[in-house]
Design a protein around this ligand. Sequence first.
Ligand SMILES: Cc1ncc(COP(=O)(O)O)c(C=O)c1O
Length: 390
Amino acid sequence: MLLMFFATWVLKKTLKQEHVAFSRRRLFTLGEDRMGMASKETIDLRSDTVTLPTEEMLEAIRHAELGDDVYGEDPTVKKLEEMAAEKIGKEAALLVTSGTQANLVSLMNNAKRGDLVFLEAESHIYWYEGGGVSAIAGLLPWLVKGHWGAIKPEDIEAAIRPKNIHFPEPSLICIENTHNRYGGTIVTPTQMRAISEVAKKHGLKFYLDGARIFNAAVALKTNVREFTKHVDNLMFCLSKSLSCPVGSVVVGDQQFIEKARKTRKVLGGGMRQAGIIAATGIVALEKMIDRLEEDHRNGRRLAEGIAKIKGVKVDLEAVQTNMVRFDMSALGVSDQLFVQKLRERGVLVSVMDKNSIRMVTHRGIEKIHIEKAINAIGSVAEEAHSKTKA
Ligand SMILES: Cc1ncc(COP(=O)(O)O)c(C=O)c1O
C-alpha cells in the first residue's frame, strides 16, 4: 500500500515536471523557429504582430521586479512609463493592454459623450476597433479622406461647422502614423504641424494613433519627437514591430495620463504584476527601434521584387516602411484562392480589400524569406496565367 502511494507520488511529480519543461521548451522553440526561419518553415507576412519575444525579453520577464500596478507599486511598469514619456517627449505615460484599448482610453479622455471626432476615413479606429469609438466612447465619427493618411488642413477646416444648436460639438482630430490601410505610409512632421494649427485655431484636441510611429521616425531618420510634438497625446504599440508579446503605451501630459489611468481601470485594463509585460517594453525601447530599418529594407526588396511579376500591381511610392500592398485583380483568380495558393507554398499574407493583398515585414523575416516569398508569388501568378490561357 505504502509502495503504491510512493509510486503514484513519483509518477505525478515526474509528469508535472515534464509539463513545465514542455511549456518552457515550446516557448523557446517558437522563439528560435521565428528567428531561424530560413530552412523549412512558414513565412508569415500577415502582420508584424506575429513577432515573438526575443531571448532578452524572456530573460527580462524572468528577472523583472514586480508589484501591484493597480496600487501603483510595480517598479518595472513605472520604469517603462518613465522611459516612454521621455522618449516621446511628453510628461507621462501609461501601459495599457492593446492598441485598441489605448485608442479607446484616449478617445474617452479627449472628448465627452456626444462630441464629434474627426477621423481619417481609412483609420484603424474607424475600421477595425469594433465601433468602440461610438459604442463605448459615445462619439460621432466624422470622416475626412486623406492622401495616404495625411488629411489636408483645408479639408478639416471645411468639415468644421459653425457653432449651432443643431450640430454636435467637435472636440478632437485623430490621425494615424504610419497608416495601416494605406500600407504603412508616413504622415510627415510638416503635414502634422499643419493639422495641429487647424486644431489649435478651433480649440480642438489633436491625437495620434501612433501604433507604428517609430517606423515613421526610423524611415525618415528623424527623432520621434519631431512627430509627437505636434499632438496633445498619442499611443504607440509595443506588440507590433517592436516585438513585445503584449502591450501599448498612451503618452501625454500628467493630467491626461492620470485621467487615463482611471479610464483604463473602468475598461478592465488595470493589471496587477504588469511588470512582466513592461519588462519586454523596456528591452524594446532600448534595443528594437533601430532595427526597424532592416524591416523597411526588406519591405522595399519585397515590393520591387513583386513589381516585376506580370499581373501584380504595386505602387512603389507608397511602400515607405514595413508594409507592402498590392493589387492582383489582373491575375483572374479570387483573392481568397490567391491567399490559399500562397499558403500551400508556405507564405502567409492577408487580404485587405477585394483583390488587395497586404504583406508586413518584421523581425525574423530576412532577405532569404523575401526571395522565397517573391518566388512563391511569381509561381502563383504563373499558374494563374497558364489557367487563363488554357
Ligand atoms: C494603426 C493601428 N492602430 C491600432 C491598432 C490596434 O492594436 P491592437 O491590435 O493591439 O489592439 C492597430 C493594429 O494593427 C493598428 O494597426
